[in-house]
Design a protein. Structure first.
Length: 227
C-alpha cells in the first residue's frame, strides 16, 4: 500500500481492557492509535476528527491479534465509570458536612468552590485512568520502538457524527443546569452528584468518537522513524 495523503479505508478495533488505544487496519498494515496522548482531546472529543492523531505502525501482527478487544471490553469502561462515580459519591458526601461543620453560609461563592473541587477531582480521576492505561500497554508492547505517523480519522458515518454531537451538547447543557442550580438555588448533594456523573459520561464520549468499525483515514506527511 502506498503511503499517500489520499483517503484510505480503515478498520478500527478496540484494545482489550484498555480504552485509550485503538488498533487500525489500513490495507495490509497495522497501527496502534493513541487516543490519550492529548488530554484536551478527551475534553473536546471533536478534536479527534479535526486535528491529526498519533498512530504507531506495528509490524508484528501477532501482537496486534493479542491486543484486540473481545466483546467483553465494555466492562472496562463501566469499571472506570464506577471508579469515578465512587470517588464522586464519597467527595459529595464529605464536602457538604464540612461546610456545615465550619458554619459557613451556603452562598453562591461557596457552592461554586464546591463545584470547582468536584470538577477538578473528576478530571483528575480520568487523567489517572489515562496514565494507567498507558502503563498497562507497556507490559505488552513498547510503542516507541515503532515508527510514528500522524493521521486524520473521519467519523464512521453521518449518523455517528450527529450521535456524538447531540450527546455531547445534551450532556453539556445538563451539567450547566444541574451545577448552575446547585450554585444559585440549592446546595444539594444529590444535585452535585448528578452533575459529577454526567461529567463522567461526557468524558467517556471521547472513547466513542473513534468507535469500532469501518471508517477512512488520511495520513499527514510527517513520518517519524523510531529511534
Amino acid at each position: 500500500m502506498g503511503e499517500c495523503d489520499n483517503l484510505m479505508k480503515c478498520k478500527v478495533q478496540g484494545v482489550y481492557m484498555n480504552p485509550r488505544y485503538r488498533a487500525l487496519s489500513i490495507g495490509e498494515e497495522k497501527y496502534i492509535l493513541d487516543m490519550g496522548k492529548s488530554f484536551w482531546k478527551i475534553l473536546f472529543p471533536f478534536s479527534f476528527w479535526i486535528l491529526p492523531n498519533t498512530a504507531y505502525k506495528v509490524n508484528d501482527h501477532e501482537i496486534i491479534k493479542k491486543m484486540i478487544a473481545p466483546e467483553v471490553k465494555p466492562k472496562t469502561t463501566a469499571g472506570n465509570g464506577l471508579l469515578a462515580g465512587g470517588i464522586g459519591i464519597v467527595l459529595a458526601n464529605l464536602l457538604q458536612p464540612l461546610v456545615n461543620y465550619f458554619d459557613v453560609e451556603s452562598t453562591p461563592l461557596v457552592n461554586a468552590i464546591i463545584v470547582g473541587i468536584v470538577f477538578f477531582i473528576t478530571l483528575s480521576v480520568f487523567y489517572y485512568i489515562n496514565i494507567r492505561s498507558k502503563k498497562k500497554l507497556t507490559y505488552v508492547i513498547d510503542l516507541h520502538q515503532y515508527s510514528m505517523r500522524r493521521l486524520w480519522i473521519r467519523p464512521q458515518s453521518y449518523k455517528h457524527f450527529f450521535f456524538i454531537l447531540f450527546t455531547y451538547l445534551f450532556l453539556i447543557v445538563f451539567i450547566v443546569i444541574t451545577w448552575g442550580g446547585f450554585i444559585q438555588i440549592a446546595a444539594n448533594t444529590v444535585i452535585l452528584l448528578i452533575g459529577m456523573m454526567i461529567l463522567s459520561f461526557l468524558l467517556f464520549i471521547s472513547i466513542l468518537t473513534v468507535g469500532v468499525g469501518d471508517t477512512t483515514v488520511r495520513f499527514k506527511d510527517d513520518k517519524k522513524e523510531a529511534v
